[in-house]
Design a protein around this ligand. Structure first.
Ligand code: BYC
Length: 326
């Protein structure tokens, strides 16, 4: 009798898939050399690249105020924060590289609008109060979203998030401290803070992404342990955290429907204009064109630095491409 035909490749793939599933189920980390399903790898590259792009594009709105900071102290704080964002982008691009992505290629995809970055950075910073409100609300939202990512199933991403979250915490506090100072200042300064809160509140809620019933990626990303909570869960956590902080600060959040639900202890908020999020994501926000044009100019104007560094590295590695060892 002839031996049954066994498809060895299919058997191996099943065993590898089982091992991957068991690792995720046991809440252990997947590492770069481990086998992973192609969809998992693609989803991670998508999310990590978007995250990295957000950090780098996110330097622009606050960077605009570096030359106009109101004091040396404020300038030093802002400079440190903007430099931190650059660092976050670098850790995240490195994490994407462990999945086989190429950093220059990711940057090209951002500039060609084939990959996204956070909607929040497509709004202008009109006064110095915006710097404080970005720290308080935008970095506050980032912390809510990113602390659970420290437990993401992909090791290099989770580890990058630990340091990023520590730095985000400083960012949030410097923003809140700036706003506290302004609120103790003149009526004009208090009005600037309220105006900035009015403009940034709703876009900050949109940062968490579309509502759960309109979020195509959440279910699979949660099953893979990439995301740990849904977009709506994190949005609610942010609102619950922020309302008491607004009360201490003495500002009004621009939502007439905001009310405490005594039964659940959650703050209920009014309807979000999802058409605005769609518009901004699709490239039609107030600052999309400026953000991308600047990123393109930075890439093109600095191409000679990359070329020089690559040539130098090649020269000193005996003609091998940079990064390749004997
Ligand atoms: N803006 O199925 P969904 C920072 C896209 S950096 C633009 O829910 P997912 C900071 C989404 O990508 C802040 N696009 O997706 C930096 C998807 O599109 P594709 C960045 C958005 O991935 C400097 C589609 O909509 N933080 O804090 O499951 C200074 C459907 O959405 C947005 C991160 O990147 C948006 N707001 O969930 C200060 C954190 N929302 O790719 C601060 C990591 C959704 O299918 N990322 N989209 O075409 C995440 O946690 C998740 O990717 C998201 C979206 C919650 C953002």
């Amino acid at each position: 009798m002839a031996a049954p035909v066994v498809d060895r490749a299919a058997v191996d793939e099943t065993a590898l898939q089982q091992q991957f599933d068991a690792t995720v189920a046991a809440d252990r980390r997947i590492e770069p050399r481990d086998w992973m399903p192609e969809g998992y790898r693609r989803t991670l590259v998508r999310q990590i690249a978007q995250h990295a792009h957000s950090e780098i594009i996110g330097m622009q709105p606050e960077g605009d105020w570096l030359l106009a900071a109101p004091s040396l102290r404020r300038k030093a704080i802002l400079l440190a924060k903007v430099q931190d964002e650059a660092g976050h982008g670098m850790y995240l691009y490195s994490a994407a590289e462990t999945l086989g992505a190429d950093r220059a290629d990711l940057t090209d995809k951002l500039i060609e609008r084939k990959q996204k970055y956070s909607s929040i950075f497509n709004y202008p910073t009109l006064t110095y109060a915006d710097v404080g409100v970005i720290g308080w609300l935008v970095d506050g939202a980032a912390i809510c979203n990113q602390v659970p990512l420290c437990r993401s199933s992909y090791g290099p991403y989770a580890r990058a998030m630990i340091r990023i979250c520590k730095e985000e915490s400083f960012h949030q506090r410097q923003g809140y401290e700036l706003l506290m100072t302004m609120m103790g200042g003149t009526p004009e300064q208090r009005a600037m803070v309220q105006d900035a809160v009015d403009r940034w509140w709703w876009p900050s809620l949109m940062m968490f992404g579309p509502p759960d019933d309109d979020s195509p990626n959440t279910a699979q990303s949660m099953a893979w342990g990439i995301k740990r909570h849904t977009n709506d869960e994190l949005r609610q956590r942010f609102v619950d955290m922020t309302v008491p902080q607004a009360q201490v600060l003495g500002v009004t959040l621009p939502d007439p429907d905001l009310a405490l639900d005594e039964e659940t202890g959650h703050w209920r908020y009014g309807p979000i204009d999802w058409s605005e999020l769609k518009r901004v994501i699709s490239g039609d926000g107030p600052m999309n064109a400026v953000r991308i044009a600047r990123r393109r100019a930075a890439r093109d104007d600095n191409a000679w630095v990359v070329e020089a560094a690559t040539a130098y590295a090649r020269k000193h590695s005996g003609g091998r491409p940079a990064g390749e060892h004997a």
